[in-house]
Write a protein that binds this ligand. Structure first.
Ligand SMILES: [Zn+2]
Length: 143
């Protein structure tokens, strides 16, 4: 909450901060840098996950916890799954984020829709247009 407050007060950034904690020790801190960078993925949770992974030298944070000022958006929640975090603690709820115009209800809803009903077109391409097949290569290299 302090990170989020300072990020807004000092950097005029969005009011979000996050910490990665391992064995009671803070490994990494992150704040929302979307306005400063400008990078739409620079959410506090992602920033802290990226830093923690670099510091610990692994993409597996299953022995860490994430503390965040706001309930994670779908992108950050996905990253939390990818990083194998088991526990997430948050202060503001998604409803409170929505109330100040920083909610992600729209995206959460979009994900539940069939692909052809979403606001973004997802079109399947023909993967056989060229002879390089990265999935086949991956399977060969990992079998
Ligand atoms: Zn996020």
């Amino acid at each position: 909450m302090e990170l989020a407050y300072e990020n807004t007060k000092i950097k005029k950034g969005k009011p979000f901060g996050a910490l990665i904690v391992k064995n009671g020790r803070i490994i990494a801190k992150g704040v929302n840098d979307v306005l400063e960078t400008p990078d739409p993925t620079a959410h506090a949770e992602l920033q802290s996950i990226r830093k923690a992974c670099r510091i610990l030298g692994t993409s597996d944070l299953s022995d860490c916890e994430l503390y965040t000022s706001g309930e994670p958006c779908p992108m950050c929640l996905s990253a939390i799954y990818w990083a194998k975090l088991k526990e997430v603690y948050y202060a503001y709820t998604a409803e409170e984020e929505e109330e100040i115009g920083l909610g992600t209800d729209y995206i959460y809803h979009q994900i539940t829709l069939p692909k052809d009903k979403r606001g973004i077109m997802l079109k399947k391409l023909d993967k056989n247009l060229q002879n390089k097949n990265p999935f086949t290569l991956w399977k060969e290299m990992n079998s």
